[in-house]
Design a protein around this ligand. Structure first.
Ligand code: URP
Ligand code: ZN
Ligand code: ZN
Length: 482
């Protein structure tokens, strides 16, 4: 007799801590059992495959609203398709704020757009203007609506916050029990170097990397950590590009601070040299912080092994190359300063990282699951519903063929963006089936999911981001509405 709606049989189940031969029984969209000889009304043969939790991508820009109207090219439907094709079943995307405006209106519009998603989704709230109204009145409302993370940019016009504004965001997060994620680069230093480079006629994409060398990322990371320590507010440093920056996080962790670090596939397989391709081609690889060099990429592995960097997200931020609205929005001769930053990677994240991590023997599949699914779920308050395989969890599962070799091309990519920065890269290890809450939503690259079938993941406060209680002089300044 069949006990389950569906059984994934005969595979190797990979959890954040273990790998073992077992069947997975699914009922009502959840994992109901992990054991041997399970019988389901439907059986999926997973012989020779890894059975892993669906990926959790805790940093991706999808259909993000843009100043002046419109949104990113990648919609919730195309972004979901790319995510599911690549084995990712949950994402955390960004509701934004435009300077001079509040956060509630864009939040409502963003929720309306996200309702078309096929992946499950949660939001970070970007704060670009920490006014009294936003900090004291509106942030509590988005927290009550299930947003448990804020994003602060320490650079970029027109997004960046000065130190006082950043402190106000940290304090608001502490009062409302939210995590603060931070883009750490020094705004003034980048502007200064950019002005000099442009004055010298150095406008090509490769000078993007010259405008923001690693010490300006290190400085901003150090500052963000020090200010977060003063407020006693947990933070995650986004997109760490190199070990020199990760060392700031290591020191903070060693002192017992709640500071976590994220990096991305582009910092393992791209370098500043990619931006030195002929003509405008280098624009395809421009993101911030800038990819560094091979030594920096290799050094990041030690940071992961030592537990300094916890998460690999995609930072998917797609701008098409050949269309007038993407990388060329300011023309093909635009100086690097005026070329939109970001690379697409929602679909490629898991294959690129599996190849680099597991196929190349740097870690086992459990380590890969920790980096790409369970740690993001834990840090962003989605665990254990997401990010592992155990009775009671959502049946978000990817069946992975560790022996399948594929050459990445944009023809295989299911995002809306017209290029992939990983074109021509050969990877071994590939997702062959994705299940989202027990439903088969991708089989052999074909995504079948109804737009609107994704669920909003409202997040409640969670222990991991509780403040430590250690404030300078025992005086909690964040309690004052200043
Ligand atoms: O270049 C990048 N990373 N673009 C996306 C926005 C951000 O900074 O995260
Ligand atoms: Zn950023
Ligand atoms: Zn980003």
């Amino acid at each position: 007799m069949a006990d389950y709606d569906l059984v994934i049989a005969g595979g190797t189940v990979v959890t954040p801590s273990d790998m073992f031969a077992a069947d997975v029984g699914i009922a009502g969209g959840r994992v109901a059992a992990v054991g041997l000889d399970l019988r389901g009304r439907r059986m999926v043969d997973a012989k020779g495959l890894l059975v892993m939790p669906g990926g959790v991508d805790s940093h991706c820009h999808i259909e993000q609203l843009q100043d002046g109207g419109g949104a990113d090219e990648e919609t919730f439907v195309t972004g979901s398709t790319a995510a599911l094709a690549g084995g990712t079943t949950s994402v955390v995307t960004f509701s934004t704020q435009f300077k001079g405006h509040g956060i509630l209106e864009p939040f409502a519009e963003y929720r309306r757009r996200a309702a078309a998603a096929m992946v499950d989704y949660a939001f970070h709230q970007i704060i670009t203007d920490a006014t009294d109204e936003v900090v004291f009145n509106e942030i509590p409302q988005v927290a009550a609506a299930g947003v448990r993370s804020l994003k602060a940019f320490l650079t970029y016009d027109p997004l960046h916050l000065d130190d006082r504004q950043f402190i106000r965001v940290l304090a608001a997060a502490r009062r409302n029990r939210m995590l603060v994620t931070v883009h750490c680069e020094n705004y003034e230093a980048i502007n200064w170097r950019t002005a000099a480079l442009l004055a010298d006629g150095r406008t090509a994409p490769k000078y993007h990397a010259w405008s923001r060398p690693s010490m300006i990322e290190r400085e901003a990371t150090h500052r963000a950590i020090a200010l977060a320590e003063m407020v006693d507010q947990p933070i995650q440093v986004f997109h760490v590009s190199c070990p020199e920056v990760a060392a700031e996080i290591a020191r903070a962790k060693a002192r017992g601070l709640k500071v976590w670090g994220e990096t991305c596939p582009q910092y393992f397989v791209l370098s500043a040299d990619h931006m030195d391709r002929p003509g405008f081609e280098g624009a395809k690889f421009m993101c911030s912080p800038a990819p560094r060099d091979a030594a920096a990429s290799e050094g990041l592995w030690a940071c992961i092994r030592d537990g300094v960097l916890d998460i690999v997200s995609s930072d998917h931020s797609g701008w098409s190359y050949d269309t007038p609205v993407g990388k060329r929005v300011n023309g093909v001769d635009a100086p690097f300063r005026d070329i939109p930053n970001g690379v697409p990677g929602l679909q490629a994240r898991l294959p690129v990282m599996f190849h680099e991590a597991v196929t190349k023997g740097r870690m086992d599949a459990s380590g890969f699951v920790r980096l790409t699914a369970s740690n993001p779920a834990r840090l962003f308050g989605l665990y254990p519903r997401k990010g592992t395989i155990a009775p009671g969890t959502d049946a978000d599962i990817v069946l992975w063929d560790p022996t399948k070799t594929v050459t990445l091309t944009n023809a295989l990519a299911q995002h809306v963006i017209d290029y992939t920065p990983y074109e021509g890269m050969q990877v071994t290890g590939w997702p062959v089936m994705t299940l989202r809450r027990g439903e088969v939503v991708m089989r052999d690259g074909k995504v079948q999911a109804e737009p609107g079938s994704g669920q909003y993941l409202a997040r409640a406060p969670y222990d991991m981001i509780e403040p430590t209680g250690n404030v300078p002089n025992g005086f909690d300044a964040s309690a004052f509405l200043i």
